[in-house]
Design a protein around this ligand. Sequence first.
Ligand SMILES: Nc1ncnc2c1ncn2[C@@H]1O[C@H](COP(=O)(O)OP(=O)(O)OP(=O)(O)O)[C@@H](O)[C@H]1O
Length: 628
Amino acid sequence: MSAGMRQQVPQSSFIRSIARLGPIVRPIVPRLVLGLVVALAGAALALSIPQVLRRVIDELVRPGTQPSAVWWAAGVVLVLGAAEAGMMVLRRRLVIEPSVRLEREMRLTMYGHLQDLPVAFHDRWGSGQLLSRSVADLGFLRRWLAFGAIFLVVSVSTVALGVVLLFSISWQLALIFLAAALPIMVYGAVFRRRFSLATRRSQDQAGDLATTVEESVHGIRVLKAFGRAREALENFAEQAEQLRDTEVAKARHQALFSLVVTLLPELALGAGLVTGIWLASTGQISIGSLAAFFATAAAVAQPVEASGMLVGMALTAKTAVDRHFEVMDARRTVIDPAEPVHLPSPRGALTFRGVRFGFAHDGAARPGADGTEAGAGPSGEVLRGVDLEVRAGETMALVGATGSGKSTLLQLVPRLYDVTGGAVEIDGVDVRRLPLAELRSLVAVAFEDTILFSSSVRDNVLLGAPVREGPEAEAALEEALEVAQAQFAHSLPDGLATTIGEEGLSLSGGQRQRIALARAIAAKPAVLVLDDPLSALDVATEERVSARLRDALAHVTTLIVAHRPSTVALADRVALLRDGVVEDVGTHTELLGRSAHYRWVIASLPAGPRDLDGRADPDLDETLEEAR
Ligand SMILES: Nc1ncnc2c1ncn2[C@@H]1O[C@H](COP(=O)(O)OP(=O)(O)OP(=O)(O)O)[C@@H](O)[C@H]1O
């Protein structure tokens, strides 16, 4: 999420924000309430100790008191103190386990939601922001529920009960003590506003920082190769500096507030001491009452002094809740249909009917004209009415100038984005009417930018396979590796059990592409969508893969983005995409003959003219020469 977007985040009230947690926290409320009751009992015990002291001192100063009374009083104070400590242990036992469980559940729900959110959402959000919201923010929240919230209530109750006791001991001294509360309350409001803004800023900046770390670790080779490690460090240092400034500002606000809430009660106690001694000397209060007053005032001052930290925790938790719901409120725009249609025995005919699509400026699909879907205006539309029919079992190559929308069109088939107009159909059924799980088992994809997960070759290849264990899965695995010419995987240190991906063995670009291709093939789809899947292969390997693919794809409907003539050669027919529409469809030879734009596109393909049929093709060379 960009800094610009962040500034528009409205500030909701504390109560409204925390109230949103209600349904989530409800299952653990009984344990939290029990923890609170125990904590309150502990606080009451702490406040009862001065009352015992009061009686003991008054007893002791009375002439003729037995010294054994001291032992009795000491015993009572010891028991009260031990009971208070016991309450603390019990509170921890009551609240920690359910709050940790809640944190885990919220994290799981958020992870599941992130998986369900459309690609358009992930285009807009930095990965670090999502990382910090699903890890750090939920940690803040757990600590607040288990400790901060309970102590906030205990502190308020302690102060309220303590003030009543102070008044019961001496109303004059209590008034002096209370005089300090007024400036604290006024300054507290200022502190809350400042700290709340700084907290929001710091949590967002921490997310941005995580995004930067993620990006630079991901792109470490590029940064090193271009000698830009120092610039990356400077950029990082600048962001880290901003976060530091925000944290320092937060600490400064908190320190100032702590100073006020510590100093004022101390000043009040000083003034109270002078007044108290005078009151005692004039016989208006007993010595025991004076001692009890100061012991109670100290017990009340403690939570007041801790209020800076407690308010800080509460505001951090409120920000964490706001940030959590910003993600959880993001709508799943690509959803299962209300009345799904099933394709029990799909043939795999793929049709694009007047397909329109545009990215919003921030990368989201545009809100649409016809209610359910987005209707992008003419400006910014990548696809402006694509009509194309890929027959069942046919292999169709998609060719077009760079940026013409080929990859975008492919992504509409498994509904990574939804069309903003028109429809994509499989066997005549709009893909939006198929259950998502069914659609995604019908369609398999392999993108040019290969993503492998940190797990074994076997798990990576069988990621989308209908059966992932047993002899059937093994057979599918072997076949997929063979078609994609990825048998090299058997020679990896642990064979197919070798961990690849980010945390595992590094594979070459061509090896990665072949594993990704094997993954698409192992899914045994009815429709295969390939985005230039052979771009990283050397010529000899590409020819071997192409030869095997041609056989393997004979019965699978395939739409394949081609950037090389050899990929075009895989296809039965070719569709030429230009200016957001399919301008022409035909065999490669037909298009070469009748479309100047096709000749231009083929001539500009990076590998240059290649022999598409495995034979010399002087006509093609001549045509391309002309096109140049
Ligand atoms: N996630 C996105 N958000 C916003 N715009 C995008 C996004 N992805 C692609 N575009 C834009 O859509 C247009 C089409 O991009 P697309 O990747 O589909 O083209 P392409 O024909 O596959 O290009 P190439 O041959 O270079 O791979 C481009 O102008 C691109 O900038």
